[in-house]
Design a protein around this ligand. Structure first.
Ligand code: AMP
Length: 282
């Protein structure tokens, strides 16, 4: 496994691989790798000749009062995991190489980036789309692997790839959960034992919404108020948003008469967690 830090080096190396006809899969991450990341890497290994994983805690997607400095960076463990999965190349850029002095170009997907998480985290998705656009240009993969866990991010990146004609196929893979339903996330590491128990309420709330819809409840407001009630029972939980939206434009749906996604963001103590569930209609 090669570990490469300099963008120009990996671009050159991968250009040569592409010229030899190698099919390249790419998994961008911020590290603190867990089984959610593993599932993307495993799938990428199955479908490509060469798999590139990037590990980069992208400063541009963090707000001024967010957890950029405290974000977990267990690099040794991450590299061990990548080796175990037989990743071919780990791209480990430094901020100064990704955003050298004078950097002023940003990629912003309008409308979609201001909804849901974008409303609470202004500028977050602009940071995400900027770094993903850069990474796609640097790596030049055939397939980009993303997780459904960050559903809004996946929708926005798909939009960007289509709008800007990036020659890459986007694959979105299912959310990997603990047995008790909690979606795996690098930020779960911030939770203490009591908070981990309270955090289970996210998936319980999503599951309740799904049951209500499957039993014929079509009124989104009613469903949302039922799951609000459930979440508010947890002392440490503070709701950021709960929404039931369509799958492409992420617009709120009032009457559930088509496939939809229930998505939510809840703070457990100081840790903001997100999760979502897609519910098929009929
Ligand atoms: P991150 O390191 O959190 O930026 O995530 C890197 C990629 O892994 C993103 O495409 C995420 O959506 C995906 N991912 C994170 N957690 C999970 C999970 N529990 N299941 C599936 N994919 C995930």
């Amino acid at each position: 496994m090669k570990v490469i830090r300099v963008p120009e080096k990996i671009t050159k190396l991968l250009k040569a691989a592409r010229n030899k006809g190698r099919h390249i899969g790419f998994v961008p991450t911020m590290g603190a790798l867990h089984q959610g990341h593993s599932s993307l890497i495993t799938q990428a290994k199955k479908e490509n000749d060469l798999v590139v994983v990037s590990i980069f805690v992208n400063p541009v997607q963090f707000g001024p009062r967010e957890d950029l400095n405290s974000y977990p960076r267990p690099l040794k463990n991450d590299l061990w995991l990548c080796r175990k999965h037989k990743v071919d190349i780990v791209f480990l850029p430094e901020s100064k190489n990704m955003y050298p002095e004078g950097f002023t170009t940003f990629v912003s997907v309008e409308k979609l980036s201001n909804l849901l998480c974008g409303a609470t985290r202004p500028g977050h998705f602009r940071g995400v789309t900027t770094v993903v656009a850069k990474l796609l240009n640097i790596v030049g993969p055939d397939v980009l692997y993303l997780g459904q866990k960050d559903a809004q991010q996946a929708v926005i990146i798909k939009r960007m790839v289509s709008d800007l004609n990036f020659p890459v196929k986007v694959r979105v893979l299912p959310t990997v959960r603990q047995k008790d339903g909690l979606a795996l996330s690098s930020r779960n590491a911030y939770l203490n034992a009591a908070q981990k128990l309270d955090a289970l309420v996210l998936f319980k709330a999503l599951s309740l919404a799904k049951i209500l819809i499957n039993h014929g409840q079509q009124d989104a407001t009613r469903i949302i108020s039922r799951i609000k009630e459930l979440i508010n029972k947890k002392k440490q939980a503070c709701i950021d948003y709960i929404a039931i939206v369509d799958l492409e434009k992420l617009q709120g749906i009032k009457k559930i008469d088509r496939d939809c996604m229930i998505c939510l963001a809840v703070k457990i103590g100081k840790t903001r967690l997100i999760d979502n569930l897609v519910v098929k209609y009929g």
